[in-house]
Design a binder for this molecule. Structure first.
Ligand SMILES: CC(C)(COP(=O)(O)OP(=O)(O)OC[C@H]1O[C@@H](n2cnc3c(N)ncnc32)[C@H](O)[C@@H]1OP(=O)(O)O)[C@@H](O)C(=O)NCCC(=O)NCCS
Length: 193
C-alpha cells in the first residue's frame, strides 16, 4: 500500500475531527482511559508544524503529534493512531520515524520519551533507537503526569509516587547526544586504527 507521510500543516485541519474520533474509538476498544483530544488542540498542532499525518490519497490513514515537557528538555510523540483498515502495513513505524526526525530537528537538545502498554509501540520504539528505562529518567513535569489521571491505572502510579506503573517507559537520545555519540565513536575508531 502507498501512503504519503508528511509534517501536517493548516491544509490538514479538516481531518482533526476524524483524528479525535479515531483516538477515542481505539481507546474505548483497548479499555484505556487515554486523555481525549479536542479537534482544536489537533488543529493547533497542525498549524504549528508539530504533527505528522499519513494519507492514502485524500483518506486519513494515520497521525501523531509532538509535545515538549520540562521547558523542552524532553519531547514526546503522542496520539499515535493508524486507522483500522491500514494497520499492519508498517505505517505506524513510518509515522513514528518521521515524527522522531521532526522532534530532533525542532528540539535538538530534547531527549525523546514515551510511555506505553502497546506491544506494537514497544517494537517500533526499540527499532527506532529507544531503550526501556525507569520512570526516574523521564520528565518530572506535573503537566505530563496529570495526563495519566484519566487512566484506569492512575491509582497504581500514585501509590508508587510516580516511580512505576503498568506502562513501560522508553527513552531515546536527543539530536545533540546522537551527534556526540557519533563523534566519540569516530574518535575511538581513529585511535584504534
Ligand atoms: C498501535 C498502532 C499504532 C500500530 O499501527 P500499525 O501501523 O499497525 O503498526 P506497524 O504496522 O507499523 O507495526 C509495527 C510493529 O508492531 C507490530 N504490531 C502491530 N500491531 C500489533 C499488535 N496489535 N500486536 C502486536 N504487534 C503488533 C508489527 O508486527 C510490527 O512489528 P515488526 O516491526 O516486528 O514487524 C495501531 O494498531 C493503532 O492505531 N492502535 C490503536 C492506538 C494505539 O494503540 N496507539 C498507541 C498508543 S501508545
Amino acid at each position: 500500500m502507498e501512503f504519503s507521510v508528511e509534517v501536517a500543516n493548516e491544509s490538514h485541519q479538516r481531518y482533526a475531527v476524524e483524528i479525535c474520533e479515531l483516538i477515542k474509538e481505539s481507546a474505548k476498544a483497548r479499555g484505556t482511559g487515554i486523555a481525549e483530544r479536542k479537534p482544536e488542540y489537533i488543529e493547533e498542532k497542525m498549524r504549528s508544524g508539530k504533527a505528522v499525518i499519513a494519507l492514502q490519497g485524500d483518506t486519513l490513514a494515520g497521525f501523531c503529534y509532538i509535545e515538549t515537557w520540562s521547558n523542552a528538555e524532553y519531547v514526546a510523540n503522542s496520539g499515535l493512531i493508524v486507522a483500522p483498515q491500514f494497520r499492519r502495513f508498517g505505517l505506524a513505524k513510518a509515522i513514528k520515524k518521521r515524527s522522531i526526525e521532526l522532534s530532533r530537528t525542532k528540539y535538538p537538545k530534547a531527549k525523546l520519551f514515551g510511555i506505553t502498554t502497546s506491544l506494537a509501540v514497544m517494537k517500533i520504539n526499540s527499532e527506532l533507537g529507544y531503550e526501556p528505562v525507569t520512570f526516574s529518567e523521564l520528565t518530572q513535569d506535573d503537566a505530563f503526569w496529570n495526563g495519566c489521571k484519566s487512566c484506569p491505572n492512575y491509582d497504581i502510579l500514585e501509590r508508587n509516587q510516580r516511580r512505576m506503573c503498568l506502562c513501560t517507559a522508553m527513552l531515546a537520545p536527543s539530536q545533540e547526544e546522537l551527534e556526540q555519540m557519533e563523534y566519540d565513536l569516530s574518535n575511538l575508531i581513529l585511535s584504534v586504527a
